[in-house]
Design a protein around this ligand. Structure first.
Ligand SMILES: [Zn+2]
Length: 464
């Protein structure tokens, strides 16, 4: 028998590792699935399955009986008589993780007033290395306990977020924010790019951290900054992370300023490519949807943030039909107000059935793909994470299904999207390390992180 560090056993193993043979070319194409090129047939769901892990990698996946015959594991997870589902970890493709410290500080306002009168003044008072480190600890704790193993961030002082992410044992794409105006972070565009270069130089070949460049949005970082960011992304082979067409105001303002709608204008600048992950994409015309598909831009759909800030309804079903890679983001916790990807999946799936007038839109399987493999591919991490496949990193989550709200089970995909909750996540593994065990974080001190957050909350409250 071969040695393994872990065998993870579950009644339902959702590999999310489908191929052209398993689902047919047509479906694979409509959800933008790159694995469709692969011809080997792999099942999307294995009942009574198991996964073997050694070091940081998945070394095998298949029927539980076969895996148990082949491997001698140091530890077994699952198979304790309770019903379990095993999935690839969720990928949160748009957030501003440190904003968990501003959760609930200003609600019930439109986006620009919320940003300009509340969020930006607090950030300009408090943002700094210590804030970023402490707040990132809290965000990682919340995300891991809810089954998110990878997140895509856009914020500032990201070199100080990275150690907190690594201590938690999480995977992240950290984007250095670029603006046209001076803040505590930098006095001018050159300095913002210097900060971004520092981040890239520190983490370019890191196992868990992928650096990225994040020109905030066209209305805060104009054409020069956008072009320079795209060149930087190309030079280092890293993602570029932007907000795009979030509000009607933004779309109209960009058209007024530059004579073209945002997506078309950015495309004319030559910045759109598969390196780009664009958050929101709410106000799009048909031509812009075609451009996003043609340029292989990853879209991060942030349904709860869009609903709360009344930004509008993103044409998600139309984008999926056009072949755009649509994924899920929580956005920052100040506009959501949690980092709960299961919540985003359920809300988005239901909302877009109504918006498109089609109850088959965003079916449960498509929705789980968007939260896993498509998210990983949109971040350029599709060869590393996002599905359960031999050779990929062991980024896995196990849900406990022995719950009233998950009983009985007819269709596991349906339960994941329409009924499961973050509190059902029992075990989480990132890069082969068991970071949540029986619902408890193993890597950091939860009590201490919550205590620090309360102390910060008191300081911030007294300052506004
Ligand atoms: Zn955002």
């Amino acid at each position: 028998m071969e040695k393994a560090d872990f065998i993870l056993k579950a009644q339902y193993v959702l590999t999310m590792d489908e191929t052209a043979d398993a689902v047919g070319d047509e479906t694979a194409k409509t959800v933008g699935h790159e694995a469709a090129k692969d011809t080997a047939c792999r099942p999307l769901l294995i009942e009574d399955g198991a996964v073997a892990v050694r070091g940081d990698k998945i070394i095998d996946v298949g029927p539980g009986k076969e895996i148990e015959k082949k491997y001698d594991p140091a530890a077994v997870i699952g198979g304790n008589g309770r019903l379990k589902a095993l999935l690839p970890g969720f990928v949160n493709t748009h957030t501003h993780a440190p904003m968990v410290y501003l959760r609930g500080i200003a609600d019930d306002l439109p986006l620009r007033e919320w940003l300009e009168k509340h969020i930006w003044p607090i950030e300009s008072r408090w943002l700094g290395p210590e804030f970023i480190n402490d707040a990132t600890e809290l965000a990682c704790l919340e995300m891991l306990k809810g089954g998110i193993t990878t997140y895509n961030d856009m914020y500032f002082y990201e070199t100080h977020a990275a150690p907190a992410v690594k201590r938690a044992g999480m995977r992240a794409v950290l984007g250095a924010g670029i603006l046209d105006f001076p803040t505590r972070v930098a006095q001018n565009r050159d300095e913002y790019f210097e900060r971004a270069e520092e981040l890239v130089n520190a983490f370019l070949n890191d196992e868990l951290i992928t650096p990225s460049v994040a020109p905030h949005a066209l209305y805060t970082c104009g054409p020069e900054g956008q072009k320079r960011a795209a060149q930087m992304a190309e030079k280092y082979g890293i993602p570029m992370h932007i907000h795009l067409s979030e509000t009607r105001w933004e779309a109209e303002e960009i058209e007024k300023l530059y004579g073209q709608r945002p997506v078309k204008f950015l495309d004319g600048l030559g910045v759109l490519s598969r390196r780009v992950i664009a958050a929101h994409c709410v106000w799009l015309d048909d031509e812009e949807i075609e451009i996003l598909a043609k340029r292989h831009v990853g879209v991060s759909h942030c349904v709860e943030s869009n609903l709360k800030l009344v930004s509008g309804f993103s044409p998600v079903a139309k984008m999926i039909n056009a072949g755009v890679k649509v994924t899920f983001g929580t956005d920052g916790a100040a506009s959501n107000n949690d980092l709960n990807l299961l919540g985003e999946m359920g809300t988005a799936s239901k909302l877009h059935k109504t918006v498109s007038g089609d109850p088959s839109a965003m079916d449960a399987k498509t929705t789980v793909k968007m939260a896993t493999i498509l998210g990983a591919e949109a971040l350029g991490l599709g060869d590393k994470t996002g599905s359960i496949r031999k050779g990929k990193a062991a980024d896995l989550i196990m849900l406990d299904l022995d719950k009233p709200h998950l009983t009985p089970i007819y269709n596991i995909f349906s339960h994941i999207v329409y009924a499961a909750r973050p509190s059902d996540v029992e075990n989480v593994m990132v890069n082969g390390r068991l970071v949540v065990k029986d619902g408890q974080i193993t890597t950091v001190d939860e009590k201490e992180i919550l205590h620090k957050a309360r102390v910060w909350g008191k300081k911030i409250k007294e300052s506004v």
